[in-house]
Design a protein around this ligand. Sequence first.
Ligand code: TYD
Length: 224
Amino acid sequence: MPKIPFELLSRFTTSANAKSLFLSFEGIEGAGKSTQINTASNFLKSAGYDVLLLREPGGTEFGERLRSAILNSQKDLHPLSEAFLFASSRAQLLYEVILPKLKQDGTAVICDRYIDSSIAYQGYARKLGTQTVLEIHGHHPLTIVPHQTFYIKISPQTSLERQKIRNQKKDYFESKGLAFYESLVKGYEEAAALFPHRIISIDGEKDQTSVSAQLELKLKELIK
Ligand code: TYD
């Protein structure tokens, strides 16, 4: 694993308000992110939080336009273009939505994908390198990261098997083979090693009920 300068890593911080929560969910296709985001949302609502669900890229008018530009692209984009487009959507989402929301006590912002997707997809699968992805995010507001990130971990084989069953229309990143998913998993593993306090891996191979049970345990610890 290449060594990332400490000065760069130390730029990443959480929001200043300790009375609100910022969470993100990560995983490769078929990991069960949506189900677990639903679990987290219900759990936090019953604990009294005002929950806001967001997805990346997207969540603002500008971000949704970038989303369709990237995901409907017929041509392969340069990995650096991809990284800047995702970061641009993220900066706008932070500025317009996430940061104002986190100022309100009792809010929980849950993001479907965040910076670790850029590390896995652009940094690893598209081979830009983690350091470049982190450098792109090295300026405010992109240095604000979630309090906790749940990485729902499944193997590339499980991903491909689950995709076969779903058989949905594929977009930009979804018609790829085993090697692509293997590199995503490596990317997520590097992210988890670089940010061990923020990223919690959850075993997504089990049935969704036991994955939800693991997640609820972690959430209980987080809000106690
Ligand atoms: P989406 O349909 O939301 O995928 P999923 O349901 O798997 O979350 O599309 C988002 C796609 O964009 C997904 O393939 C991952 C990719 N992506 C990146 O490559 N980099 C990023 O920084 C983000 C946020 C997403």
